[in-house]
Design a protein around this ligand. Structure first.
Ligand code: MN
Length: 358
């Protein structure tokens, strides 16, 4: 039986052939994990036409043997670049590609001085494969989404005025971890009252007060795969304006989700939500793109934005997250992680969108 890793490596080798590149050095920890199942974070892969070498230091020996039987382990004592030079020389390699976004200047200098091979910068080879998720990946993101949604529901019972944003963020992260999440996918956002006008208002010491909207943006991980969920709720009492803005953002989000299906361009999906906000007079308060891909990274390709030109495919996992941010007033954002299907999409972060007032 061919493992999923073998399948992914075969696809990557096909890209290397097309690019006439005989070997590739993979340095991004997410890409290493994607191709080899090695989760240690400090391994590097050298992929040739026939073999996959995993370079790691002694701390990871047992872990590599357990996680990555498909790779040839090269343990190095001191310098990765020296070990890589040895392997390259023994294989007689002429040229190696490297991921230009994941090599520090120092390592580049070391590689240049110790390697006899020609180095070619490449971009997006593995990311291109990661764009469409396979069934194994979808199952993991679905689990991350279920954990995230469950933690959100749990925190509603703990939400009240007089608690700080940080306290609520800590509870959200605790609920996620307790329900099986790995390290959370990003710093949890809890932004109440006027702070809700900050799209990325990470939790502060501010106390939550009655009559305030509270935006919570959270994401669990499951075996490395992330989910991303945002809801805005209200504490105590709600004003007519708060309700109005909420319902407009909700409608924009539902229109965005309604547009998601295989074959539709990402800019079209963005437009569905953006045009509705424009009709309602709130376009200037929607200051970011509609969404992004989710997988091993919480922000990855594709971007769901005006300037992008890409058609959705079944198996892509993206967020739909319109928001309205009004300075010195507050904000509302509603976000789901969804799986693109042929005729529509499946929501992977199942939480009510009815306005919750606690
Ligand atoms: Mn997001």
């Amino acid at each position: 039986m061919t493992s999923i890793y073998q399948k992914r490596l075969d696809k990557l080798r096909h890209i290397l052939e097309q690019q006439q590149l005989e070997s590739l050095l993979v340095s991004s920890p997410e890409n290493v994990y994607y191709l080899s199942n090695f989760s240690g974070g400090e391994g590097q892969l050298l992929i040739t036409g026939e073999e996959t070498y995993l370079f790691a230091d002694g701390r990871y020996k047992e872990q590599v043997l357990q996680e990555s039987p498909c790779c040839k382990l090269i343990l190095y004592k001191k310098y990765f670049t020296e070990a890589l030079a040895d392997v390259s020389e023994s294989l007689g390699l002429q040229e190696t590609g490297f991921e230009e976004g994941y090599l520090t200047y120092l390592r580049w200098e070391n590689l240049k001085s110790s390697l006899a091979v020609k180095l070619r910068p490449v971009k997006g080879f593995v990311e291109k494969l990661r764009l469409v998720k396979d069934e194994d990946e979808i199952a993991l993101i679905r689990e991350a989404g279920a954990i995230t949604a469950s933690a959100f529901r749990s925190v509603l019972g703990e939400m009240r005025s007089g608690r700080s944003e940080q306290e609520i963020a800590a509870l959200l992260e605790y609920f996620m971890r307790r329900q099986g999440s790995g390290p959370v996918a990003f710093e949890t956002i809890v932004a109440s009252g006027e702070r809700g006008a900050l799209p990325h208002g990470t939790a502060s010491q501010k106390m939550i007060e009655r009559g305030e909207l509270v935006t919570m943006d959270l994401g669990a991980t499951y075996q490395g795969y992330a989910a991303d969920l945002t809801r805005t709720i209200c504490v105590g009492t709600i004003s007519a304006k708060q309700r109005e803005v909420y319902e407009i953002v909700r409608e924009a989000q539902e229109r965005g989700i309604g547009a998601v299906r295989s074959g539709v361009s990402v800019s079209q999906v963005d437009s569905e939500a953006r045009n509705f906000l424009a009709e309602a007079g709130y376009e200037d308060y929607f200051v970011h793109s509609l969404g992004h891909g989710v997988g091993l990274s919480v922000h990855e390709e594709p971007r769901i934005a005006q300037q992008e030109d890409l058609a959705l495919q079944p198996g892509m996992v993206i967020t739909i997250e319109p928001g309205v941010y009004i300075p010195r007033w507050g904000g509302v954002r509603i976000e789901d992680t969804v799986l693109v299907r042929e005729g529509g999409c499946e929501i992977l972060t199942p939480v009510t969108k009815d306005l919750v007032v606690v």
